[in-house]
Design a protein around this ligand. Structure first.
Ligand SMILES: [Zn+2]
Length: 305
């Protein structure tokens, strides 16, 4: 079964700042590794279409969305928060990043390719209902979830976030929304220093210490996420796929390797096969050590196959 990979040239044009780790080379590193691994011929590559403002209003306040459209600078840049910069190409990149996840939902809900990966930036999982944060402008995976709930009238969507940082934006958007189960594993304490105590019963957080061994991370997932997901019986699984927990990534101090990303993909694929005809949509979040990022995404895709 092929995997569909959504991306768009505009996602390469957003610049997050001089020497900023969230750089266009991240997408190239993934593409290069796809070619090197031979997976290039197995994945079906598609250009994403931009999200519409109406799609964004389902998860972000209208005030926030309209402000982002209005703030788009013609030259230079503005800061949306201390880590998040916007320049003239940023809005278009963010709309295509969010749009890719919507395209991917349409793909897995209606086609024979039931797994999709969105190779996009800027990332999304720190963006809250009303605030850009941590390199994120729009919450791509939350927008996909809201679209799936609305457009396909689903009643149970699981979002799994294995980025090394807590998906605080996604938790903010879906806390107490019983149609969504949100599972986030992350290093704690670490930016954004949230998530130690989940804000609602539909949130399953796994705060883990720095230097936590991969075996512990796996064990925690088996003990806490799998029973929750089995009980929830999702109709669609969405993934905030961040690879900054890799041992070569100095954004944090997790010790994960490619094998762990392949393992989590296999776990999610088994659950998706059991409950939702294999339907999985993953979107890139973090991952800043370029070589490790490329290898990890390839391992993750292999795990989905
Ligand atoms: Zn991260």
């Amino acid at each position: 079964m092929a995997i569909t990979l959504f991306s768009h040239p505009s996602c390469y044009l957003h610049l997050a700042g001089d020497d900023h780790p969230e750089q266009p080379a991240r997408l190239s590193a993934i593409n290069d590794q796809l070619i090197r691994s031979g997976l290039e011929f197995i994945v079906q590559q598609r250009d994403a279409t931009p999200a519409r403002a109406e799609d964004l209003y389902h998860v972000h306040s209208k005030l926030y969305v309209d402000e982002i459209y209005a703030k788009k600078p013609e030259d230079g840049h503005i800061w949306l928060d201390p880590d998040t910069q916007m320049m003239k190409h940023s809005l278009n990149a963010a709309l295509h990043a969010a749009g890719a996840t919507i395209n991917a939902v349409d793909q897995v809900m209606s086609d024979t390719n039931q797994q999709a990966f969105c190779n996009v930036r800027p990332p999304g999982h720190h963006a809250t209902r009303s605030q850009a944060m941590g390199f994120c402008i729009f919450n791509n995976i939350a927008i996909a979830a809201a679209y799936a709930l609305e457009h396909y009238q689903l009643s149970r969507v699981a979002i799994v976030d294995f980025d090394v940082h807590h998906g605080n934006g996604t938790e903010d958007i879906f806390a107490a929304d019983e149609r969504v189960l949100f599972c986030s594993s992350f290093q704690y304490p670490l930016y954004p220093n949230t998530g130690e105590h989940p804000s609602a019963s539909n949130i399953e957080n796994l705060p883990l210490p720095a230097l936590c061994k991969p075996a512990i991370w796996r064990e925690q997932i088996l003990q806490h996420w799998l029973p929750r997901i089995n009980e929830f019986k999702p109709q669609l699984i969405l993934v905030s796929a961040g690879f900054d927990g890799h041992r070569e990534d100095d954004m944090a101090q997790f010790l994960l390797t490619e094998a762990d990303y392949q393992w989590i993909a296999q776990q999610l694929k088994q659950l998706a096969d059991q409950y939702c005809q294999g339907r999985i949509v993953a979107a890139l979040e973090g991952g800043y050590a370029l070589s490790a990022l490329g290898r990890s995404v390839v391992a993750f895709l292999k795990g989905l196959m």
